[in-house]
Design a protein around this ligand. Structure first.
Ligand code: SF4
Length: 703
C-alpha cells in the first residue's frame, strides 16, 4: 500500500523551460514541491511536456548555492569542471553578503574609473524575469555606463530578430503557435518542436490530423516527418539556394499576390530580378532537392488560403542565419501569407523568457522596446526616465566580448544566470577568456562551469522562489509566482542587482517586481497598457497592449508593418558558404542542438532526478551508414575532434541524422560539445555557426 502525500498548498505559475510558456501549478508540502500539474493557459490548455512535468526538483538539489563565495587568493582558474568538484573548498571560501557585494562593486568601479566603461560588460539571462532583465540592462547602461550587455538570444535567434526588424520593423512573431489550427499549410524549417517545443508541437499534430498540410524543410528526419506532405531533407547549410528556388517558381509561375505586394511592400522588382538566377534546376545539385519537388512546394505554399511559417535554430545558427530569415520573410510577403489568422512568421523562441529579455533591451545595440541605441530621440526619452546618460555607441555581443577579453580590452564581467563556459562556441576559448578577467562576478543557483571560474559567486533565487513576468514565444506576458522559500542565504536576483547598483552610486530602491514592472510600462510602450493587477487576475496578457483595457493583439501586421512607411521590405540574399567545410582531415559535419529531456547547458535538468535518469549520458547520434563507414558499432566510444578541441562520447545509431553528419546536444559537462563548435559569426546578427562545422571521428576514447 502506498501512502499518498497530500500537498498543503498550491501556487499557480508558468514553466521555467521553453518559450511555449505553459502555465502550471506547483503542489507543495512543507515548502517542498511534490509535483506539478498543467493549468489551462492560452499556450498549453492543461498540457505539459516531460520537462515541465518532472523537471522541478532541481530547486531542492543539495548542490544549490546557499552562501556567497569568494575565490581564494592564488586559486588557479583552470582545470576541467566536474559536477561535484572535490577541491571546491580549496578554490572558494564562504563570505558574507556585505563582503561579496563590496568586492564585486569595487572591482567593477575600479575598472570603470581606471580603464573606462567599455572595459566592463554584463550577460543577463533569458531564464530571468522581465523585471530582472530590465534592471540588469539598466545597471549596465547607467552604472557600468556601457552598452556591452547581451544574453543568449545572441546564440539562438539574433539573426531572426535582425531580419524581422530590418524587413518588417518588429522582431517578434506575427501569429501565435496555436494559429496552426487555422493554417491550410504549415512550413516548418530548421525546427524540431516535438523535442524543443513539445506542447507547441501538439497543436501542430492536431492541425495535421484535421487536414492541414505540412511542408517540413530539415536535413534531419524528425518525428513530424511522418506526417509531412513533403519532407525536403536539404543539404545542411543550403537554406538560401533552396528558398530562393522556391521563390523563383512563385514569380515564374505567376503565383505572387500582386495586390499585397503593390500595397504593402517595397523592393519587389529588385527581388524578382535577383531570383532569376535561382531556378530549381540550377539549385537542385546545390541543395539536394529535386527541382520538381521545389516546384510542388512553391505551388502548395503560394496557393494555400492560409499558410504559416515556423522556424528554429536550424535557420538562425549559421553565418548566413540572417539571410535565411530574410528569405522566409520574402516568401511570406510575395504571397501575402501574413497579417491574417493562420498565416505569418513564427521564429520559435527557445528559453521561457528570451522574448522578454530582448524586449527589455538586454541586447547591446537596442534599448528597451528595440529602439536603436543611436536613436537620439528614444535615448533622450529613456535618459529622462532613468535620470542618467546612456552611451550612443552600440556595445559588444557575447562572442565579441570574449574576443575583447582575450585582447586585454575588457577586464570585468557580471554574469547573471548564464553559462557561457558551456553555451558559447569554441568553449575552450571562452573558458580561457573568462579566466583572464580581472573580476568575474557570477550570480546563479548552482556552481556552473562558468561560476567555477568566478572571483565572486552570488547565490540567487530559483524560478519557483520568485515572482515576476515572463514573455513567451507568442508575445504573451505571464505571471510567475513565488512558490517556495530560497535555501540558506540565497537572495532574490532583483535584490542582488540593486545592491550592486547602490554600491556603484545609483540611488535605487525598487520595492519588489511590481514597482519595476510599472517602470517597464513607461520604457516599453508596447506593454504600456498591461497592469500588474490584470496579470495577477488573468495570468497572462499578449502585447502589443498600449492602453489600459486594450485586449492585446495575438496577430499583428494586419494592415501595416511598423516600419517608417508601413511597408514590408524585400531583402535579397545570395549564397554564403558555411564557414568551415568538411575536408580530408575533418571529413564530417557536426551539428549541435538540444534534446527533449535536458535543457540548454543542463544546469537545472541534469539535477532533476527523472530527467537525468532518462538521459544520463552524452551521446553522439550518427546515421548507421556513417557509423559503418567509421568502423564503429553503436554503443562504442568515439572521439570527436575539430580544429578547436576534442570530446569522447558513446556513439548512438540514429537514422534521423543525415549521412555524413553527427548530432550532439550541448547539455553534458562531461562532453561539452561546444569545445568543438565554430565561433564564426553571421556578420549582421553576430550569431555563431552552431549548426555546421567540420569534424573528425576516431573510434575509442576515454569517457
Ligand atoms: Fe515547459 Fe516548454 Fe514543456 Fe511547456 S512545452 S512544459 S513550456 S518545456
Amino acid at each position: 500500500e502506498v501512502a499518498m502525500v497530500e500537498p498543503d498548498r498550491q501556487v499557480e505559475s508558468v514553466c521555467p523551460y521553453c518559450g511555449v510558456g505553459c502555465q502550471l501549478t506547483y503542489n507543495i508540502k512543507d515548502d517542498k514541491i511534490l509535483y506539478v500539474e498543467g493549468r489551462d493557459g492560452p499556450a498549453n490548455h492543461g498540457r505539459l511536456c516531460v520537462k515541465g512535468r518532472y523537471g522541478f526538483d532541481y530547486v531542492h538539489h543539495p548542490h544549490r548555492l546557499t552562501k556567497p563565495l569568494i575565490r581564494r587568493e592564488g586559486a588557479p582558474k583552470s582545470g576541467d569542471f566536474t559536477m561535484e568538484p572535490n577541491d571546491i573548498d580549496k578554490i572558494f571560501r564562504e563570505a558574507t553578503w556585505e563582503e561579496a557585494l563590496d568586492m564585486a562593486a569595487k572591482g567593477f568601479l575600479k575598472i570603470r574609473d581606471e580603464k573606462g566603461p567599455n572595459a566592463l560588460a554584463g550577460f543577463g539571462s533569458a531564464k530571468g524575469s522581465n523585471e530582472e532583465a530590465y534592471l540588469f540592462q539598466k545597471l549596465i547602461r547607467t552604472g557600468f555606463k556601457t552598452n556591452n550587455v547581451d544574453h543568449c538570444t545572441r546564440l539562438c535567434h539574433a539573426s531572426s530578430v535582425v531580419a524581422l526588424l530590418e524587413c518588417l520593423g518588429s522582431g517578434a512573431v506575427s501569429n501565435p503557435v496555436a494559429d496552426v489550427d487555422k493554417a491550410d499549410v504549415i512550413v516548418l524549417i530548421g525546427a524540431n518542436p516535438t523535442v524543443n517545443h513539445p506542447v507547441g508541437a501538439t497543436w501542430m499534430k492536431n492541425a495535421l490530423r484535421a487536414g492541414t498540410k505540412l511542408i517540413l524543410l530539415d536535413p534531419r528526419t524528425t518525428e513530424l516527418s511522418r506526417q509531412a506532405t513533403h519532407h525536403l531533407a536539404f543539404k545542411p547549410g543550403s537554406d538560401v539556394p533552396m528558398l530562393n528556388a522556391i521563390m523563383h517558381v512563385i514569380v515564374e509561375e505567376n503565383l505572387v499576390d500582386k495586390n499585397f505586394v503593390a500595397e504593402r511592400t517595397l523592393g519587389f522588382e529588385a527581388m524578382k530580378k535577383h531570383l532569376q538566377k535561382y531556378s530549381p534546376e540550377l539549385m537542385e545539385p546545390i541543395c539536394g532537392i529535386p527541382a520538381q519537388t521545389l516546384r510542388e512546394v512553391a505551388r502548395l505554399y503560394a496557393t494555400a488560403n492560409t499558410a504559416m511559417i515556423l522556424w528554429g535554430m536550424g535557420v538562425s545558427q549559421h553565418v548566413h542565419g540572417t539571410d535565411n530569415a530574410r528569405c522566409l520573410i520574402s516568401l511570406s510577403l510575395m504571397t501575402g501569407q501574413i497579417g491574417r489568422p493562420g498565416t505569418g512568421l513564427h521564429p520559435l523562441r527557445g528559453q521561457n523568457n528570451v522574448q522578454g529579455a530582448s524586449d527589455m533591451g538586454l541586447i547591446p545595440m537596442r534599448l528597451p522596446d528595440y529602439y536603436k541605441v543611436q536613436d537620439d530621440s528614444a535615448r533622450h526619452k529613456l535618459e529622462q526616465l532613468w535620470g542618467s546618460e546612456i552611451d550612443s555607441k552600440p556595445g559588444l555581443t557575447v562572442v565579441e566580448i570574449m574576443d575583447a577579453i582575450h585582447e586585454g580590452k575588457l577586464n570585468g564581467l557580471y554574469i547573471m544566470g548564464e553559462n557561457p563556459a558551456m553555451s558559447d562556441p569554441d568553449a575552450n576559448h571562452a573558458r580561457q577568456a573568462l579566466s583572464e578577467l580581472d573580476i568575474l562576478v557570477v550570480q546563479d543557483i548552482f556552481l556552473t562551469e562558468t561560476a567555477y571560474l568566478a572571483d565572486v559567486i552570488l547565490p540567487a533565487s530559483g524560478f519557483p522562489e520568485k515572482t515576476g513576468t515572463f514573455t513567451n514565444t507568442d508575445r504573451l506576458v505571464q505571471m510567475g509566482r513565488t512558490a517556495i522559500p530560497m535555501p540558506g542565504d540565497a537572495r532574490q536576483d532583483l535584490w542582488i542587482i540593486q545592491q550592486i547598483a547602490q554600491r556603484m552610486g545609483l540611488d535605487w530602491n525598487y520595492d519588489g517586481p511590481k514597482e519595476v514592472f510599472d517602470e517597464i510600462r513607461k520604457a516599453v510602450p508596447s506593454m504600456g497598457g498591461i497592469t500588474w493587477e490584470r496579470l495577477e487576475r488573468e495570468h497572462g496578457v499578449v502585447y502589443p497592449c498600449e492602453q489600459e483595457g486594450d485586449p492585446g493583439e495575438p496577430i499583428i501586421f494586419t494592415d501595416r508593418f511598423p516600419t517608417t512607411d508601413g511597408r514590408g521590405l524585400f531583402v535579397p540574399a545570395d549564397i554564403v558558404e558555411p564557414d568551415e567545410r568538411p575536408d580530408d582531415e575533418y571529413p564530417y559535419i557536426l551539428i549541435t542542438g538540444r534534446m527533449l529531456e535536458h535543457w540548454h547547458t543542463g544546469s537545472m535538468t541534469r539535477r532533476s532526478n527523472v530527467l537525468d535518469a532518462l538521459e544520463p549520458e552524452a551521446v553522439a547520434t550518427i546515421h548507421p551508414l556513417t557509423l559503418e563507414e567509421m568502423n564503429v558499432r553503436p554503443g562504442e566510444m568515439v572521439t570527436l575532434s575539430t580544429r578547436r578541441g576534442e570530446v569522447s562520447v558513446v556513439a548512438r545509431v540514429d537514422e534521423a541524422v543525415p549521412t555524413g553528419a553527427i548530432f550532439m546536444a550541448f547539455c553534458y559537462y562531461e562532453a561539452a560539445v561546444n569545445k568543438l563548435s565554430n565561433a564564426a559569426l553571421d556578420p549582421a546578427a553576430k550569431i555563431p555557426e552552431f549548426k555546421y562545422c567540420a569534424v573528425k571521428v576516431t573510434p575509442g576514447g576515454e569517457p
